[in-house]
Write a protein that binds this ligand. Structure first.
Ligand code: SF4
Length: 183
């Protein structure tokens, strides 16, 4: 019997190769919790693409509530930070914290996140936040730099083959306003 695994997914371009790698090794469930995404139309668009990927392989997906106010509270006072700074630490930490608690509430002992597939998301930042979230909830964080071992290239191919929507900013209103600074 494969071990249950709860995978936080930020978007389909980051998730597709990770889901494909984990879906046969674990009893995988995908968790979509991204209240950082602005505006809501964009949130719904990204979520639809994750649903599409999960449906292709029959992987169950949990659709968490869209709660932008909770996200705004989490990053308050850090709005003007550059991408990769303290605002992102709060943003990533709150999403991983919610995922870890969801795993614990469902009796799933292990969780992970597709966030390290993102170009701007260094594993050295995401991993300690995942471990901290796991320790607080009593579940294990599966640390992995998904950009490595050819997965980034594989993901790019899979996204192109399916015509999956690829956004040009990280997610929040601040990254949207400054998107041409880091593209
Ligand atoms: S840039 Fe991305 S990681 Fe940073 S706060 Fe915005 S949505 Fe979150």
């Amino acid at each position: 019997m494969p071990e249950p695994f709860l995978l936080h997914s930020c978007c389909a371009p980051c998730a597709i190769a990770v889901i494909d790698e984990l879906r046969n090794a674990y009893a995988l469930t995908v968790f979509f919790y991204n209240p950082n995404i602005y505006p809501e139309d964009e949130y719904l668009r990204r979520k639809r693409e994750v649903v599409r990927v999960c449906e292709e392989w029959g992987v169950p997906m949990i659709d968490a509530d869209y709660e932008p106010d909770v996200w705004a509270d989490a990053v308050r006072g850090r709005e003007d930070e550059p991408e990769g700074g303290l605002r992102c630490i709060s943003c990533i930490g709150m999403r991983l914290g919610r995922t870890a608690r969801e795993a614990a509430s469902r009796g799933i002992a292990q969780f992970g996140s597709t966030l390290t597939m993102g170009r701007q998301k260094r594993a050295s930042i995401v991993t300690p936040l995942g471990e901290e979230a796991g320790a607080a909830a009593g579940v294990r964080y599966h640390a992995e730099d998904w950009k490595k071992r050819g997965r980034e290239e594989k993901a790019r191919r899979m996204v192109a083959e399916r015509g999956i929507y690829r956004q040009n900013y990280c997610g929040c209103r601040y990254s949207r306003e400054r998107r041409f600074d880091f593209d």
